[in-house]
Design a protein around this ligand. Structure first.
Ligand code: NDP
Length: 384
């Protein structure tokens, strides 16, 4: 049976892993929409390879180039924010939401409104829109499957169990490239060092988030929305080998964990095939070769991000949207060499202290909060 799929953020790391799985089961899939921001060349190449119905660049300045590269292919080319939403609204059995940042929120919501299956990698969208997004999922009868390896692991460990029996959920964190660095060394960390993750190949933004531990903090907020067992039952443990992707402890003392290689194709395959399973070419797990798996408590002195995110989840309302926007501006500024590594968390806290709007009631409120929080963050940069 052929299934239809759209990939929002097709030119990124998650997009590439998803397309790699599709490539191996070419007859099983028909590609509806592929999107990118500005990378028209890769998008056109992928759209041709997978005979997509439509290819969209969010940055409209790249539309002429995309049109040229798709000329004669029969593939529709489009550009701009509304074209992105239109593409995400096209009926597809599954939409992989893999745009980075809150920029992915509008298309992700458009996909949810179709009432089909959305495989969510774009954690910033859920962190920012939280309850508004989950209300839309319920209203439209959509199925939200978590792509993030930790949440996919938890989703698998919860299957067939009553959430009322959960004692705790533990998210594992690799600790990122700086997990053993001193505070002094962290202050001088460069963007090049931050994007070199020891275990995972990922886009620049999530790599920096991984280095600051904001990635784990955002994941804590994401887990709080996806698995409503109570914030007090959500834990984080540093596990440098990234083999145990997360675990669920039940009231009888049983802990179920999901293990696998550090390869995003595993959780993506779990979403694409759900509730079935599909083959992947990922290397099998060889625990004897690994020898040992280690775990330790996160150091929130050197990495305050998880504390800041837990506080935002506790505060609820608009706090996580403000946090996410401030972090996006801070990470982009760090990557541009405008601020130091340890300034990222400080900036997020300063923006949150200055701007505490009321809880968003609708999607438009989330966008307004996101924009205003970015304005506050940029103002801090000007006076730095
Ligand atoms: P990448 O930076 O590799 O890719 C991002 C994708 O989004 C690209 O297709 C990019 O297009 C597109 N994009 C960027 N900005 C915009 C914009 N303003 N509007 C529309 N499209 C845009 O990111 P990743 O694949 O690493 O991550 C994607 C999401 O998945 C993130 O939310 C991340 O946190 C999450 N995730 C990633 C994991 C990973 O292993 N990479 C693991 C778990 C979650 P272009 O190429 O043109 O710039």
């Amino acid at each position: 049976m052929t299934r239809t799929i759209s990939i929002l953020g097709a030119t990124g790391s998650i997009g590439a892993s998803t397309l790699d799985l599709i490539r191996r089961e070419r007859d099983g899939w028909r590609v509806v929409a592929l999107t990118a921001n500005g990378n028209a060349a890769d998008l056109a190449r992928l759209a041709r390879e997978f005979s997509a119905e439509v290819a969209v660049v969010a940055d409209e300045a790249n539309l002429p180039a995309l049109r040229d590269m798709l000329a004669g292919s029969g593939i529709a080319a489009a550009g701009g924010a509304s074209a992105l939403v239109e593409a995400a609204s096209r009926p597809a059995d599954i939409t992989v939401a893999a745009i980075v940042g809150c920029a992915g929120l509008a298309p992700c919501m458009a996909a949810i409104e179709q009432g089909r299956t959305v495989a969510l990698a774009n954690k910033e969208a859920l962190v920012s829109a939280g309850d508004v997004m989950l209300a839309a999922v319920a209203r439209h009868g959509a199925t939200l499957l978590p792509v993030d390896s930790e949440h996919n692991a938890i989703f698998q460990c919860l299957a067939g169990n009553d959430p009322a029996h959960v004692r705790s959920i533990t998210l594992t964190a690799s600790g990122g490239p700086f997990r053993d660095w001193s505070a002094d060394r962290l202050a001088a960390a460069t963007p090049q060092q931050a994007v070199c993750h020891p275990n995972w190949q990922m886009g620049a933004k999530i790599s920096v988030d991984s280095a600051t531990m904001f990635n784990k903090g955002l994941e804590l907020i994401e887990a709080h929305h996806l698995f409503p067992v109570g914030l007090g039952r959500l834990r984080i443990v540093v596990h440098p080998q990234s083999v145990v992707h997360s675990m669920v402890e039940y009231r009888d003392g049983s802990t179920l964990a999901q293990l696998g290689p550090s390869d995003m194709r595993v959780p993506i395959a779990s979403c694409l095939a759900w509730p079935e399973r599909m083959d992947t070419t990922c290397a099998p797990l060889d625990l004897a070769a690994l020898g040992e798996l280690t775990f330790r408590v996160p150091d929130e002195g050197r990495f305050p991000a998880t504390r800041i995110c837990r506080d935002a989840a506790q505060a609820g309302g608009a706090a996580a949207a403000v946090l996410n926007a401030a972090n996006e501006v801070a990470v982009a500024s760090f990557l541009d060499g405008k601020i130091g590594f340890t300034r990222i968390a400080a900036m997020v806290e300063e923006v949150m202290a200055r701007y505490a709007p009321a809880a968003p009631a609708a999607l438009g409120d989330v966008f307004a909060i996101d924009e205003e929080a970015r304005r506050h963050a940029r103002a801090l940069l000007e006076f730095a």
